[in-house]
Ligand binder design. Sequence first.
Ligand SMILES: [Zn+2]
Length: 180
Amino acid sequence: MTSSPFVLNVSDLLGRDASSRRVTITEAVDWKIEMIEVAHDPPLTADLVLHPVSGGVAITGRVRFSTKDSCYRCLSVTMTDRDASVGALFERDNDDGETYPLDGHEIDVSQLLRDEVLLSLPIIEDCGDGCPGLATGLVTSARSDLNTGLSGDDGGVRTPFAVLKDLLEPEEHDPETEAK
Ligand SMILES: [Zn+2]
């Protein structure tokens, strides 16, 4: 039977004479958001310090990991080294949901690390200055949208500059005066 490397026995931290202890966890994880996923290689490494506190255990430290980022424009994949700070409280009485649970003499830090890692990620990422631009499929659809907007024989032909002007000068309609 194998137990999760993220489940830590903290019985030594719950006594009166407890002192802080350092823990390092190295493990490949399957965590990801829309276009960014944590890489398996190198695996995620968490350097944590467990501190005894009244009613539980406090954890501080850092987690280092690499991500495979899909560029939001050209969809190419690049690797990025990242890290995130970790700070949380594990306590027996965690009904308020602001802390993590202490179950007997064990804590499971996987939820904490997952939260910190995913919250530290940008929503979108690009591949850098050399990005070739939008992937082919996206360019085609954007162009046909633009053509539809431009092909007007009704006298009200809209140029790209008119569209830009609308974007830059939206103050014709003042929401404050219209609301009254
Ligand atoms: Zn790109």
